[in-house]
Design a protein around this ligand. Structure first.
Ligand code: GLY
Length: 376
């Protein structure tokens, strides 16, 4: 897939990742970081143990363990996984993002070490996710009610990256129900989320009693008809993962449709905005969307005929090289790697460190190296 100079670039970035994570992992060993404050990782395990990204740090540690073989990464991953047990006890803070929380921690640990407690945790999380399935609408409910807003009928495109927990649970337990639920959700999402041009809605609200779409919401993007880039990336990567787990061709084609829309909107400078349909100013951007999309593009490239591969690989390389050249901080002045991640267009806080930006950048580079751990 890569020529000699591209391979050299991958090697160089992997070396930078290993060098930076060597000291960052020591410094943040007992934390579960989400962002940085004045260059230092925060610790969500102290302030918000239910936060949806709290499995990502563990995932980064498993990736580093995979690359380096150093057991210190395994130990740090295990610290964060143990802390997440508190979420099961609390219960009410959990929603559909149990996939983001326990795939990169418990499923990863079980796959690498066969640890029985991790298997139990992951199956428990999968049962919680399956329990959110709405039979009338054929979708997995995303969030619990937010500030009194009734979210019983809400599904979001991000959920596509939670589905692999269900695929894993079916393979592990032999019980097809988990995969049946995941595929029903993916089938619904293909119709309800993906627009004719290949762009996707962020939030689709269904009637939770009768099924059927009630309305769509702009969510974290600019507006109802806009195109939140991280949502496009969740769809792109999520559908190709559903294809890899099920071999259902329609999921591959859906991922490709989203990918073609995404690729045709990559600006010349390779910097991804928060929303492909946002106003020119302010020029808000989101580095995390670029990293997630790159992961999906690389996976598509692996399953299409050789003549088609280049399109996807070149687009992924453009995104990743732009991040490396302009949006990565390889110095010791901050614990994070990617700069300029953004949660949402209409939130106050733009252009900060977000842990999953670092995670997916790392994962994409490992994919290019041909050495991914396949946590999704
Ligand atoms: N899944 C929430 C987000 O991407 O911000």
């Amino acid at each position: 897939m890569l020529n000699a100079s591209e391979q050299q670039w991958v090697e160089a970035v992997l070396n930078k990742l290993v060098t930076k994570m060597e000291w960052v992992s020591d410094k943040s060993r007992d934390k579960i970081p989400y962002t940085t404050i004045n260059g230092t990782h925060d610790d969500r395990s102290l302030t918000d143990i239910d936060w949806w990204t709290n499995g990502i740090w563990g995932g980064m540690m498993w990736l580093m363990h995979h690359v380096t073989g150093d057991n210190k990464y395994k130990e740090i991953a295990e610290i964060s996984e143990d802390k997440l047990d508190e979420c099961f006890r609390r219960f009410y803070g959990l929603h559909h993002d149990v996939g983001f929380m326990w795939l990169p921690t418990s499923v990863a640990r079980y796959r690498v070490t066969n640890h029985p407690e991790s298997r139990k945790r992951a199956l428990h999380a999968a049962n919680l996710l399956a329990g959110r399935f709405n039979l009338a609408g054929g979708f997995i409910r995303a969030w619990n009610d937010i500030d009194g807003e009734d979210c019983r009928g809400w599904a979001i495109i991000d959920c596509m990256l939670n589905l692999p927990l269900l695929y894993w649970a079916s393979k592990e337990s032999g019980d097809p129900r988990f995969t049946q639920i995941a595929m029903k959700h993916a089938d619904t999402a293909m119709i309800a989320f993906v627009r004719p041009d290949g762009s996707v809605h962020h939030i689709v609200e269904f009637d939770p009693f009768q099924g059927g779409v009630v309305r769509t919401h702009g969510g974290q993007g600019y507006g109802v008809d806009s195109s939140w880039t991280r949502g496009q990336a969740w769809g792109l990567y999520g559908f190709i993962m559903s294809y890899l787990h099920t071999q259902k061709e329609q999921y591959l084609h859906t991922s490709q449709r989203i990918a073609h829309y995404f690729m045709s909107n990559i600006p010349d400078n390779g910097i991804i905005p928060i929303d492909f349909r946002q106003p020119k100013e302010p020029a808000y951007e989101d580095s995390t969307a670029a990293a997630i999309a790159a992961c999906g593009l690389i996976e598509i490239a692996k399953v299409v005929p050789p003549l088609e591969q280049d399109t996807y690989v070149k687009a992924a390389l453009k995104l990743l090289k732009t991040l490396d050249d302009h949006r990565c901080d390889w110095t010791a002045s901050t614990d994070s790697i990617l700069l300029k991640g953004s949660e949402a267009y209409h939130r106050e806080n733009h252009h900060s460190a977000i842990i999953y930006g670092d995670y997916f950048f790392m994962e994409a580079v490992m994919k290019l190296k041909g050495n991914d751990l396949y946590l999704w």
